[in-house]
Write a protein that binds this ligand. Structure first.
Ligand code: NAP
Length: 496
């Protein structure tokens, strides 16, 4: 497929170098790699391929900028973030097109991602001026306890491809607000949006060296020397649980502060008394947002046996009418998956479930190319403990099982190493509260298929992660506390 003029212009405007110390520069040795459009397989452009030497240059820059940036007044940091937010919103169509071109999702979804990512910059700008400390009298009265908070220092921010604007924004926002310098390593499938985001932050006034970007095709080799260097003080990672485990082990070497936003295996529970139409609407969002390539995607549907057939039919009728096609086509509901590897994984999970006895109610066939499309698919009668119920699907496939008792469904829902989010549909308030408390996840969507919100603490328990992004505590991930013990023995005697 030939790219339209505006597509070429949007891609052409993106800086393709590495951002180090405020300059866009070529990688050491001049290497580049191609970024592909998953809807067509064509190359969108070539971007510099960072080496370990470039990563160290980025750390040198982040370390040099560290003290000066930490001393910049919070109001100024807030204003930079607010300006970057406003620039993103002013260029939301351009950013949305870029996201769609390199990641695949529909333009409508990409617009929503621009707004969502920009809101993290605005939210954390508002938090920058509210970093506080505390003061109190010690327990025995002999001291005063002063607690102050300080930027943690240079951070390494590693992000996935599935939300190439929102995922870096969710880390850059609080790091900038807290006064940290940083190195961003985007995923190689979708580095252009992150480069464009970095450009906006520079335009908004971020000083040289505060934000550095190192796209690379050799993530492990490029990040390993950074993780070994004592000048790096923090690792924030969003990606899969297996990679998170590797990075946590590496971070142990220098006892790095870590934030981990890892994989999910979300249960979507529909109780007997649920509003089924609302549950289907919620399922469409929870399952199909981001073409199903979301850590918070509904992965396992548990529907009460009494309403399972009605729910399944309604979901099939909604999913089977979706228009699958290039995200750039305004008629498209569902774009392609990110690459052939991801599509093969989704197809394998479906084939495995079908071989175990699941029934395909719609979809299930891999279409001919070009592009990595996979149809919206509904499976019913999915047996317990099949791979599709244990692994992250990361595709538009709803795997439905039934339950009859609350105890059974809670046991099933919690029977996973993951604990990111659960979705629960019921009209019974006490059941809603009881089940929400027993679901072992960091977030619960109660009669709602969408939990992403800059003002809320996003994150998981168990092997879905450590720490929270957003909300009132998101900035804490980038701050250290310092306690100053002030001797007050002289003031202990009360004057008479
Ligand atoms: P991934 O394979 O874990 O990769 C994530 C990032 O880590 C990429 O930039 C990747 O670069 C890099 N990476 C991989 N191995 C590395 C290593 N040894 N050292 C340093 N960096 C390394 O995940 P993905 O396929 O991009 O994203 C999908 C996963 O992210 C899913 O599991 C999803 O649930 C999770 N996710 C979680 C959240 C959340 O908030 N909890 C949000 C979005 C996505 P390379 O690709 O070059 O290896």
């Amino acid at each position: 497929m030939v790219a339209s003029g505006s597509e070429n212009e949007v891609v052409g405007r993106v800086e393709k170098g590495l951002l180090i110390d405020g300059q866009w520069r070529q990688a050491a040795g001049g290497g580049t790699f191609a970024v592909e459009d998953p809807a067509t397989g064509r190359t969108l452009g070539e971007i510099s391929d960072a080496t370990p030497a470039d990563a160290m240059a980025a750390l040198d820059a982040a370390d040099r900028a560290r003290a000066k940036w930490a001393a910049v007044p919070p109001r100024r940091r807030a204003e930079i973030l607010r300006r970057a937010h406003d620039l993103l919103i002013a260029r939301r169509h351009e950013f949305a097109l870029l996201i769609t071109l390199e990641m695949g999702k529909s333009l409508g979804e990409s617009l929503a991602e621009v707004d969502y990512g920009a809101n993290y910059l605005r939210w954390f700008g508002e938090e920058a001026v509210r970093i506080d400390g505390s003061w109190k009298v010690s327990e025995d009265g002999t001291a005063r306890v002063l607690v102050t908070r300080h930027p943690v220092g240079p951070c390494l921010l590693i992000t996935p491809w599935n939300a190439p604007l929102a995922m870096p924004a969710r880390k850059i926002g609080p790091a900038v607000a807290a006064g940290c310098t940083m190195i961003v390593k985007p995923a190689p499938q979708a580095p252009l949006t992150t480069a464009a985001l970095a450009g906006v932050l520079i335009e908004a006034g971020l000083p040289d060296g505060v934000l550095n970007t190192i796209p690379t095709t050799d993530a492990a080799a490029v990040t390993e020397p950074l993780l070994r260097d004592g000048r790096l003080r923090k690792l924030s990672f969003t990606g899969s649980t297996p990679v998170g485990r590797v990075l946590l082990a590496q971070a142990a070497g220098t006892v790095l502060r870590t934030s981990m936003e890892l994989g999910g295996n979300a249960p979507f529970i529909v109780c007997r008394d649920a509003d089924l139409d609302a549950a289907v609407e919620g399922a469409m969002v929870a399952k199909l947002r981001n073409v199903g390539e979301a850590c918070i995607a509904a992965n396992r549907f548990h529907v009460h046996a009494a309403v399972a057939e009605e729910f399944s039919e309604k979901l099939v009728s909604r999913m089977s009418t979706l228009v699958v096609g290039p995200g750039t086509d305004p008629a498209t509901d569902l774009g392609p998956l990110i690459d052939d590897r991801q599509r093969r994984k989704v197809a394998d999970l479906v084939d495995d479930a079908v071989a175990a006895g699941a029934r395909v109610r719609t979809g299930g066939d891999v279409p001919a190319g070009p592009g990595y499309f996979y149809p919206p698919t509904v499976l019913t009668d999915v047996p317990a403990r099949t791979r599709i119920t244990r692994e992250e699907i990361f595709g538009p496939v709803a795997a439905i099982r039934t339950f009859t008792t609350e105890a059974d469904v809670l046991r099933d829902a919690n029977d996973t190493e993951f604990g990111l989010v659960s979705y629960l549909y019921t009209r019974d308030l006490s059941q809603a509260l009881r089940m929400s408390e027993h679901l072992e996840t960091g977030m619960v969507g109660l009669n709602r298929g969408y939990v992403s919100d800059p003002s809320a603490p996003f994150g998981g328990v168990k092997q879905s992660g450590i720490g929270r992004e957003g909300g009132n505590t998101g900035i804490d991930e980038y701050l250290e506390q310092k306690y100053i013990a002030i001797d007050a023995t002289g003031s202990a005697a009360v004057p008479r």
